[in-house]
Design a protein around this ligand. Structure first.
Ligand SMILES: NC(=O)c1ccc[n+]([C@@H]2O[C@H](COP(=O)([O-])OP(=O)(O)OC[C@H]3O[C@@H](n4cnc5c(N)ncnc54)[C@H](OP(=O)(O)O)[C@@H]3O)[C@@H](O)[C@H]2O)c1
Length: 328
């Protein structure tokens, strides 16, 4: 597996990481812990050195799973986790990036992840009540104390990133970015390029949509976040088939799969982009990791981009009130 470098201070990770959220949270009931432990270890065997989790996934259970699964590989892989929510009665209850809370969460994450240092610590969502300088300053202190190696922000706007970066260099930003969510191309990508900050792209497969898995008849249970997302209503899934058809067409032409086209498109955009697709299945993990061998040339990217530009997608990626909290 090829490696990529995130940020200017030398975080080197596999070109494709593994998003672990869906193993415990977000896409239906949690999967069997033993099976997921085996899957995470199979990812390591296949060259993945970058794993993504967060305090709020579960909450807590996903960090525990990742910590246990990766315990035998301490020092050989990088684990990214996130703070930034208040958790009440086992549920996310608004943002909380007060310095004392960041410290408490970092200590608890260290224990759950079974590590002495958190490789990459993100603020999960910008907290409108806490100046970003205070957040960056707290993470800076944690880095000085040897409890954290690298600092990241998730779904932060460009001004916030600049302000944070001035206090503590940001190694990577984690945002949604894919063939069906291209907003980062406006302001974010140029700013990251200018500042030398990496981009980790979450939901790079459009939560499975870009792999061609869903249509108007797809059903999502109440513990599946997709049941609440405007882009997963039957109308949106129907209308947006134009995009899956296009990706499917390119895949056929290249002798590969739609998921690999979606991931290769991201890898081709910038050498400092690292997608972190999530899966609970070995065959999909292997499919996704196989993307590293598929190279899309400039003419492929141009062809995909100009075809995608003709498609108008229906439905927001998040409900409006949630979108407002992203800080973009
Ligand atoms: N910072 C943030 O706010 C934020 C938000 C969302 C996610 N994340 C992180 O980003 C990671 C990835 O994002 P994501 O899981 O939301 O979305 P994703 O990677 O775009 O899609 C995951 C979905 O696609 C399916 N899938 C994966 N590979 C496939 C393939 N080759 N063919 C068909 N279906 C496939 C998975 O199903 P199966 O599991 O059944 O295989 C799962 O339902 C998460 O695990 C999490 O760590 C961060």
């Amino acid at each position: 597996m090829q490696k990529r470098t995130l940020g200017k201070n030398g975080l080197e990770v596999s070109a494709i990481g593994l998003g672990c959220m869906g193993m415990s949270f977000g896409y239906g009931p949690a999967s069997d812990k033993r099976e997921m432990t085996a899957l995470i270890r199979q990812a390591v065997e296949r060259g993945v050195t970058f794993f993504d989790t967060a305090e709020v996934y579960g909450p807590f259970t996903n960090e525990e799973l990742v910590g246990e699964a990766l315990a035998p590989f301490k020092g050989k892989v990088s684990i990214a986790t996130k703070f930034g929510f208040r958790i009440e009665n086992g549920k996310q209850a608004g943002t909380d990036s007060r310095p004392e809370h960041i410290r408490q969460v970092a200590e608890a994450s260290l224990k759950r992840l079974k590590v002495e240092v958190i490789d990459l610590l993100y603020q999960h969502r910008v907290d409108p009540k806490v100046p970003i300088e205070d957040v960056a300053g707290t993470v800076k202190d944690l880095i000085r104390e040897g409890k954290v190696k690298y600092f990241g922000l998730s779904e932060a706007g460009v001004q916030t990133i600049r302000r944070a970066h001035a206090v503590q260099p940001v190694t990577t930003v984690q945002n949604e970015y894919s063939l069906w969510w291209r907003q980062p191309e406006g302001e974010l990508l140029p700013a990251l390029e200018e500042l030398g900050i990496g981009l980790v792209t979450f939901s790079p497969l459009g939560r499975g949509f870009l792999a061609g898995r869903f249509d108007a008849n797809s059903q999502f249970g109440s513990s599946d976040i997709r049941s609440t997302l405007p882009r997963f209503t039957p109308e949106a899934l129907q209308a947006n088939q134009a995009l899956t058809a296009l990706v499917g067409e390119f895949a056929k032409r290249k002798g590969t799969t739609p998921a690999r086209i979606a991931l290769a498109w991201l890898l081709a955009r910038k050498p400092w982009i690292v997608p972190i697709p999530g899966t609970r299945k070995l065959e999909r993990l292997e499919e996704n990791l196989g993307t590293a061998e598929l190279e899309l040339g400039p003419e492929d990217i141009l062809a995909i981009d100009s075809a995608v530009a003709k498609i108008t997608l229906l439905g927001g990626r998040y409900p409006e009130e949630v979108e407002k909290t992203t800080g973009l």
